[in-house]
Design a protein around this ligand. Structure first.
Ligand SMILES: NC(=O)c1ccc[n+]([C@@H]2O[C@H](COP(=O)([O-])OP(=O)(O)OC[C@H]3O[C@@H](n4cnc5c(N)ncnc54)[C@H](OP(=O)(O)O)[C@@H]3O)[C@@H](O)[C@H]2O)c1
Length: 297
C-alpha cells in the first residue's frame, strides 16, 4: 500500500467514473470483487470525484466500505471537488459552473467523507480550474482541512501550467491529473509534463486509453493509423493493443500514473503486465507519427 506520509502513488490508479451509474452500475458485491481484485494486484489508489454518477458513485463505494470496513486500511482514497453539476440531488445548482471558493471546498469534503464513510481523504484534487479562484483562499482552506485531519494531501486536475504554478506557490500540490493518451497529446507539448518533472511530482493521467474509442470499429483515419502501427508494435512485443498503448505513455520520463477506466478486473491484470514492456525511441516516435499524421520537423 502507498506510503501515507508522502503521497506515493502505486504504478496505476483505479478510476471509479465508470463503475457506478455512469457505466457498469456495479452492485456492492460486484464492486467488492473488483476492488479486492485490484488490491490483490497491488493497485490500492482509488480515484473518485464527487460528481461521478451524478453524485452517487461515492455513496455506492461508501456502502462497500460500511459493509467491509477492513478495506479502508488497504486503500488510498482520492477524490475531487469543484464542479457544480446540474443534478436532481443538487437542486441549488442552476447552471453548470466551477467553484473553488472555501465554502464549496469545505462542504464538498464533508459530503465526500460522509458518502465514502471515512474520516479522512488521502488526496483531494481540485477537479477543474475555477477562473474566479483565489490561491490565498484555497491555501487557507487546505490548511484548515489538513489540520482537522479531514484531508491528507492536495492536488489539482486539468490546471494549466500557470494555474498550477500559482497555486503551488501558496500550498504544495502532489499532482496535476490531466488527460493524455496517444489520441490526446496536448500535455506533451504545453509544458504540463515538464512542470511535473521540475516540481518532482508525478502527473496522473485520465483517459489513458482515450476513453476506449480506439477499441471500437472506427472510420476515423487517425484512429486507424494509430491502430495499424500500434498493432504492429504490439505483435513485435508479444503484447496486446491496450498494453502497447499504456507502455507508450509509461516511456515518458515524467513517471505518469495512469488512472485506469476499465470495469473489468481481467483488463486491470492485463495492463499490469504492460508495465514491463519497453519501447525503443524509434518505436515511440513511430506511434507519435501515426497519431499526428506527419513526421517530426
Ligand atoms: N480529472 C478528470 O477530469 C477526469 C476526467 C475523466 C476521467 N477521469 C478519471 O480517469 C479514469 C479513467 O478514465 P477513462 O475511463 O476515460 O479511461 P480509459 O482507460 O481511457 O477508458 C476506459 C474505457 O475503455 C474501455 N477499454 C479499456 N480497455 C479496453 C480494451 N482492451 N478493449 C476494449 N475496451 C477497453 C473500457 O471498457 P471496459 O470497462 O469494458 O474495460 C472503458 O469503457 C476515470 O475512471 C476517472 O477516475 C478523470
Amino acid at each position: 500500500m502507498a506510503d501515507k506520509e508522502k503521497f506515493e502513488f502505486a504504478p496505476l490508479t483505479i478510476g471509479t467514473m465508470r463503475l457506478g451509474q455512469w457505466g457498469a452500475k456495479m452492485n456492492t458485491n460486484e464492486l467488492e470483487k473488483f476492488i479486492e481484485g485490484c488490491i490483490e494486484l497491488g493497485f490500492t489508489d482509488i480515484d473518485h470525484a464527487d460528481i461521478y454518477g451524478h453524485y452517487t458513485t461515492e455513496d455506492e463505494f461508501g456502502k462497500l466500505l460500511k459493509a467491509k470496513p477492513s478495506l479502508k486500511g488497504k486503500i488510498n482514497l482520492i477524490t475531487k471537488c469543484g464542479i457544480r453539476m446540474i443534478a436532481d440531488n443538487r437542486p441549488a445548482h442552476k447552471i453548470k459552473s466551477y467553484d473553488l471558493g472555501a465554502n464549496h471546498i469545505r462542504s464538498s469534503v464533508e459530503n465526500s467523507l460522509k458518502a465514502l464513510s471515512v474520516e479522512s481523504i488521502d488526496l483531494l484534487l481540485l477537479h477543474r480550474p475555477d477562473l474566479l479562484m483565489s490561491p490565498y483562499e484555497i491555501a487557507e482552506v487546505f490548511q484548515e482541512l489538513k489540520q482537522a485531519g479531514k484531508v491528507k494531501h492536495f492536488g489539482v486536475s486539468n490546471f494549466t501550467t500557470s494555474q498550477f504554478h500559482l497555486l503551488n506557490s501558496f500550498t504544495p500540490l502532489v499532482t496535476n491529473q490531466v488527460e493524455a493518451s496517444i489520441t490526446h497529446l496536448t500535455p506533451f507539448n504545453d509544458g504540463t509534463f515538464d512542470q511535473c518533472i521540475l516540481n518532482n511530482i508525478r502527473p496522473m493521467i485520465w483517459s489513458p486509453l482515450g476513453g476506449g474509442a480506439i477499441f471500437g470499429d472506427d472510420k476515423d483515419d487517425r484512429i486507424n493509423r494509430i491502430k495499424q502501427i500500434a498493432n504492429q508494435l504490439a505483435q513485435k512485443h508479444d503484447a496486446k493493443l491496450d498494453q502497447l498503448l499504456m507502455a507508450w505513455l509509461l516511456k515518458h520520463p515524467s513517471k505518469m500514473v495512469p488512472v485506469l477506466g476499465t470495469t473489468k478486473i481481467e483488463r486491470v491484470k492485463h495492463i499490469k503486465e504492460a508495465l514491463g514492456i519497453k519501447l525503443s525511441r524509434e518505436e515511440w516516435y513511430e506511434l507519435l507519427e501515426a497519431s499526428t499524421g506527419h513526421e517530426v520537423a
